[in-house]
Design a protein around this ligand. Structure first.
Ligand SMILES: [Zn+2]
Length: 193
């Protein structure tokens, strides 16, 4: 379905999770947007609100557990699970391979919602989905706060992000903002309004 949840976009901008301006990314490229999703979870009340909104899109799907990838997906999975009133588990990398540790398990036939804060290529969420399926579980859906994949992320299950963000970036030499003389800032600096 896609589409952007206006309330979510407003909250993310207000909290500085999603910033507009002129940024020099760590890659050296320039962009007019910058996102730091961890900053959302700095604010438990707004986190709970957005995760609850996201959970609402999966209600009635017979979900009995929410799984997220460490590190970014842990708090999010917890909040979405709380909103749905179901179990929360997380997956983490062991020697580079996404695994359920700590006794976390999915039972055969169990319907699991996979969540990740930001989906770019969808890699981590996809690995968690594969893990759920390998355990005999059913991936009932994939949820995200932000979809940055430009609609290319596919999980073999319904995918609902709260908002979709197109992040354009340019080689510094071709940056239209530089051409317009807009000062460039390094993300993370507190200078941004
Ligand atoms: Zn620039």
């Amino acid at each position: 379905m896609g589409g952007t949840d206006k309330k979510a976009a407003m909250i993310l901008e207000r909290l500085g999770v999603l910033q507009s301006g002129h940024f020099r990314l760590t890659s050296g490229r320039h962009s007019d947007k910058y996102m730091q999703c961890a900053r959302l979870f700095e604010h438990p009340q707004e986190s709970a609100e957005l995760c609850s909104d996201l959970a609402g899109r999966f209600r009635g799907e017979g979900i009995s557990a929410v799984a997220g990838p460490a590190l970014g997906g842990i708090i999010m999975a917890y909040e979405v699970a709380r909103a749905l009133g179901v179990r929360n588990i997380f997956a983490e990398r062991e020697n580079g391979v996404m695994t359920f540790r700590r006794g976390f398990a999915v039972t055969p036939g169990e319907r699991v919602l996979v969540v990740e804060d930001v989906v770019t290529t969808g890699g981590s969420a996809k690995e968690v989905a594969d893990l759920v399926r390998a355990a005999g579980g059913v991936v009932a859906g994939v949820g995200a706060i932000v979809d940055r994949s430009g609609g290319t992320a596919a999980f073999g299950a319904p995918f609902h992000p709260l908002i979709s963000v197109d992040v354009s970036s340019w080689d510094a030499k071709e940056c239209p903002l530089c051409r317009d003389g807009v000062p460039v800032i390094k993300p993370g600096s507190r200078a941004a309004g």
